[in-house]
Ligand binder design. Structure first.
Ligand code: 4NP
Length: 173
């Protein structure tokens, strides 16, 4: 496992920036990563920092290009006041230059991203979502809810709301 920077180190290297650019990544880009995008956007809007953040999501797979997030994910997010309007796209090579942090949901997404990164500097932008999630929750990845029931989607949103709040606190001015 790579030696990821601590949240304090990420604060030191990124929190001074005028613009913070975050890309969330999962497999399909219809469940976890568009939900992460919506959750962080809601936090940033609430804090009045919308102009400073560029938040996007993408999938390593290409099964659902152009589609809205999975209906189940949209319903569960909407109950928490979060509307998901992202349209699915695949990760592209330029993402490694266009974003400051590239945040995969699980180890498989992370391995796929590492293969796509062209340089060590690009690869160093890959920090798994679990690095931001409170250790007390005891999840070292965000599990794929696609074949799960309602509780799988609720779990994803719980983990993302925890992790995105900590991500925001780490990088806010
Ligand atoms: P996601 O979930 O990676 O969280 O968007 C999935 C969505 C679709 C598929 C797999 C995972 N799929 O195989 O179609």
């Amino acid at each position: 496992m790579p030696n990821y920077p601590t949240l304090d180190q990420l604060h030191d290297t990124l929190s001074h920036k005028d613009k913070i650019r975050i890309l969330f990544v999962c497999l399909g880009n219809i469940c976890r990563s568009p939900a992460a995008e919506g959750v962080l956007e809601a936090i940033v809007n609430e804090a009045g920092e919308a102009g400073r953040w560029e938040i996007d999501s993408a999938g390593t797979g290409n099964y659902h290009i152009g589609q809205l997030p999975d209906k189940r994910m949209r319903v569960h997010a909407s109950r928490r006041g979060i509307e998901l309007t992202h349209h699915c796209r695949q990760v592209r090579a330029t993402d490694f230059d266009d974003f400051d942090l590239i945040i995969p949901m699980d180890g498989s997404n992370e391995q796929n991203l590492r293969r796509l990164a062209a340089t060590e500097q690009q690869e160093s932008k890959i920090i798994p979502m679990a690095q931001f999630i409170d250790m007390a929750l005891r999840y070292d990845y965000v599990p794929d809810p696609y074949y799960e029931g309602a509780e799988g989607f609720e779990l994803v949103l719980d983990l993302l709301q925890n992790g995105c709040a900590r991500l925001f606190d780490t990088l806010r001015r």
